[in-house]
Design a protein around this ligand. Structure first.
Ligand code: 5GP
Ligand code: ZN
Length: 104
């Protein structure tokens, strides 16, 4: 989608390094990390928020990608977060799952 920063990142416009990528999602580090490891799992298809997604297979694949990203980053324990809507703190209106933790 035009003017969507995450679509541009997925498209490679900024040369952002991906922690991992698969058919459904890309994973990259948050530019403003709130934890020692702070990744974003982002679906390749544009959806403004969780409320816009009806595809159960995609939602399952995103959660599988969370686990793969955590394992790849060496996280055994981690938090996941999805902000949905401005009042909840969503700033980028392309669905993403925060994955935050610390390697121990
Ligand atoms: P939200 O508040 O929408 O749930 O989270 C958006 C997240 O995207 C924030 O944690 C913010 O730091 C991150 N972010 C915003 N712009 C960029 C960017 O251009 N590159 C990366 N890597 N992260 C970004
Ligand atoms: Zn987008």
């Amino acid at each position: 989608m035009e003017d969507c920063i995450f679509c541009k990142i997925i498209n490679g416009d900024f040369g952002t390094e991906f922690v991992l990528e698969n058919e459904y999602a890309v994973v990259f580090n948050d530019i403003n990390p709130k934890a020692p490891v702070h990744m974003l799992v982002v679906p390749r298809v544009h959806a403004a928020s969780l409320n816009e997604v009806e595809d159960k297979n995609l939602l399952g694949e995103l959660m599988m990608t969370v686990k793969q990203a955590a394992a790849k980053a060496g996280l055994k324990s981690y938090k996941t977060l999805i902000n949905t809507g401005k009042e909840a703190g969503q700033e980028v209106f392309h669905l993403h799952i925060h994955v935050m933790g610390e390697k121990k």
